[in-house]
Design a protein around this ligand. Sequence first.
Ligand code: NAD
Ligand code: MG
Length: 391
Amino acid sequence: MNGPQKKGLAILGATGSIGCQALEVIRAFPHRFQVEVLTAQNNAPRLIRQAIEFQPNAVVIGNEALYPKVKEALESFPIKVFSGAKALKEVTEFDGIDMVLTAMVGIAGLEPTMAAIQAGKQIALANKETLVVAGNLITRLAQEKGVNIYPVDSEHSAIFQCLAGEFHNPLEKIYLTASGGPFRGKKRDFLASVKKEQALKHPNWDMGCKITIDSASMMNKGLEVIEAKWLFALKPDQIKVIVHPQSIVHSLVQFSDGSIKAQMGLPDMKLPILYAMAYPDRLHTSFPRFDFLNYHELNFEAPDTESFPNLMLAYRALEKGGNMPCILNAANEVAVAAFLKDQLGFLQMSDVIDDCMQKIHFMIEPNLQDFIHTDAETRKLALSLIKKQNN
Ligand code: NAD
Ligand code: MG
């Protein structure tokens, strides 16, 4: 008997934390998955190594200055090499791709994701910023094109797993768990002087820099609240956040009869990546198993929104809708980049975001161009606010 046909995958952001873990999964299941496209922004040496190992149909290096280097290194292989933002979008449409894993960081994922959906490709979504910014456009287009969006974010994968077999049952609310990051329990007087080296030390997860800072500031959970609204069609008051420092319960669903389902396991992003890629199958893995006897306690506590106001800012953006989540996201991307360059204090990140949310022109029904415009305007304002603080 023949096995299931190999699924053709495009991995956008292949050289990052999620991209590399997705390739680890593919390496373990060569009979199930075929790499069709790999993309990266700047890490040419890693992209070249990945291309030589996985022999995709095409690669894209976003940074055009690196094109000659990648082209030359892959000259003797039957691999097409492209570069630039337009190519990042166009490669998602290639024949042979069944699913696009969006593992690039930030709003840069917006147009490639839209193009992939337009071309009818299934989406495994890690790039949460895209759904935060334009959830209405993306979910509408996906519905029109019959495209499923499979969550890769561990919390949303957990919700999705809890919903298996329950799609017709009304859910009352969901609980997204948050580790609390490296500064759990810390107050504003401590947070005022923290530096990137401290913020980059996440207790449970090893991730890219941007999401690690977002986790330390609780913005990651804020973005995930908005992401959950679009993935599961929820109202803001149906989405709760609970701090769970061990990161074993990945999230929970409460149904209308009061029953709660949780999905659990060791914190390992390979699990949600594999679930999204192999859905509806569960494939056998040799990943380490959770042992209850190693965890005598699993703790839960309320988030501290006074010390970490980002979560409230995200709820405010969600309630307001329109282009407000786009403003929140753009201001946050700029603030995080500035914090990583020691140009902005940890607490000032929230101030910049709050300021942008108050000053940028609000639109209730933005289209794609409006989102691109809002993003650009917000970046400009956020940069000028940061510059002012430094003078
Ligand atoms: P990362 O920084 O490790 O990797 C980012 C990837 O995107 C790299 O391959 C990089 O080359 C590419 N990239 C960067 N800027 C780009 C641009 N302007 N255009 C095109 N490509 C670009 O990030 P990561 O931690 O792997 O996170 C990727 C996405 O997945 C983020 O949206 C993040 O929120 C989400 N996510 C990550 C984790 C995790 O464990 N790392 C968990 C849940 C969700
Ligand atoms: Mg997450």
